[in-house]
Design a binder for this molecule. Structure first.
Ligand SMILES: C[S@@+](CC[C@H](N)C(=O)[O-])C[C@H]1O[C@@H](n2cnc3c(N)ncnc32)[C@H](O)[C@@H]1O
Length: 387
């Protein structure tokens, strides 16, 4: 009884502080965006003496008012994004980067920085629909009520991108920085992925970043980057990669294997099954496979989430599911059961799921069945260093 009372008091005390996260939580993101906009991580990284950078040096380099910058830096140091350390003479302090602030370098294309993603998600276009999240939840099933993004912009995400080249570029850059981060991990964890495969089509491949990495990691394959015509028009021109414009709902170019990352989650089950059927049509029945890079929401938390990193990754997946609700009409992150449903409906004979210790998993769907097909579970292919 006493312990029960103590727990209630503890929960009350915790709640009285935690509630402020929801009052001012946006400050975390806004201050990070400010650091990216001002290129503060780059200024500190490029500081000539490789000494910690004083406030005076930093404010003159990024052309910012010292009094405002000091407060921004105080906040970001408190968040653990930068460090503030004593300088040699011990009389003053200076700022240094951390692994987290280096991931906010907009000028770095190193497979770690997610700065373009921060700028995309904090753009006016992406922020406005969040304020209407409750309307999508409260609208009756099958109601023709437009989803939050469409209600704000009078069109869906892809139509807005088609009409607005700057916004389209922001999407492509945001997706590409995640691709630089995760596709090399996929290749390392699944080095047998394209054994016996000569041609690979990346469906919804954006600016071609993923297939560009795949043709380097698996040098025997010829890559095709397939996306909507306005995306292909500005896609990178890369060795070993052909850019092809089209609509995945019509048909997908013929190949030995399809690669499809972060496309299926944009769509509800009906559209997802249609895309998967078109992927199936594109590959040969005997050796064909479809490699899907997407999240799998863990259903049985007790057995599947064992470490703090797992817990944090699951939080990212659940946040991403909220993003799908705010920004797409029917898109969602799927559980294993939900993936099982769409893959079976699309007519795949079997599939396997490889856990790469990341936000996304690799789901490999096959057209031909094996005699004793394994039960689909999430196979742990970890042992990779966290990136
Ligand atoms: C969330 S982005 C993912 C981009 C890329 N696969 C990645 O992960 O870096 C979804 C992509 O699907 C493309 N897309 C949307 N509708 C499409 C369609 N009907 N046919 C082909 N591609 C489409 C978009 O242009 C966009 O590049």
């Amino acid at each position: 009884m006493e312990e029960c009372k103590r727990n209630l008091v503890d929960e009350e005390a915790k709640a009285s502080v935690d509630i402020w996260r929801y009052v001012f939580g946006f400050a975390d993101i806004a201050a990070a965006k400010c650091a990216i906009d001002l290129k503060i991580p780059e200024a500190i990284e490029n500081h000539p003496s490789s000494q910690p950078m004083t406030l005076a040096e930093l404010s003159s380099t990024v052309s910012a008012s010292p009094s405002h910058l000091r407060r921004i830096m105080r906040f970001l140091v408190h968040q653990g994004i930068f460090k503030e350390v004593p300088i040699k003479d011990g009389l003053t302090t200076g700022y240094t980067n951390t692994p987290l602030s280096r991931r906010m370098m907009i000028t770095k294309r190193d497979g770690k920085s997610l700065a373009p993603f921060v700028l995309f998600e904090t753009s006016r276009e992406m922020l406005a629909p969040w304020l209407r999240l409750s309307s999508v939840v409260s609208s009756p099933v099958n109601d023709s009520h437009p989803p939050p993004f469409d209600a704000v912009h009078n069109k869906d995400l892809w139509a807005l991108a088609e009409d607005n080249p700057c916004f389209s570029e922001m999407i492509n850059e945001a997706m590409a920085c995640d691709t630089r981060r995760v596709v090399p991990r996929v290749a390392r964890a699944c080095d047998d992925l394209f054994d016996g495969v000569a041609t690979v089509v990346d469906v919804g491949g954006g600016n071609g970043e993923a297939v560009g990495i795949l043709v380097k990691e698996f040098p025997w394959i010829k890559g095709f980057n397939f996306d909507l015509p306005h995306v292909i028009e500005v896609a990178q021109v890369l060795d070993g990669v052909e850019n092809v414009g089209g609509d995945m709902f019509d048909s997908i170019p013929k190949c030995d294997a399809v690669f499809i990352k972060w496309v299926l989650h944009d769509w509800g089950d009906k559209d997802c099954i249609k895309i998967l059927k078109n992927c199936k049509e594109a590959v040969p029945a005997n050796i064909g496979k479809v490699v899907i890079v997407e999240s799998v929401i863990r259903e049985n938390k007790k057995t599947m989430i064992v470490e703090e990193r797992d817990e944090k990754l699951e939080h990212v997946r659940l946040m991403l599911d909220m993003v799908m609700m705010a920004h797409t009409s029917t898109g969602k992150e799927r559980t294993l059961k939900e993936w099982d449903f769409v893959l079976n409906e699309a007519g795949f004979a079997r599939y396997e799921v490889r856990d790469i210790d990341d936000v996304q998993c690799v789901i490999i769907a096959y057209l031909s069945s094996m005699e004793h097909g394994p039960e689909p579970t999430i196979e742990d292919t970890r042992g990779l260093n966290p990136s």
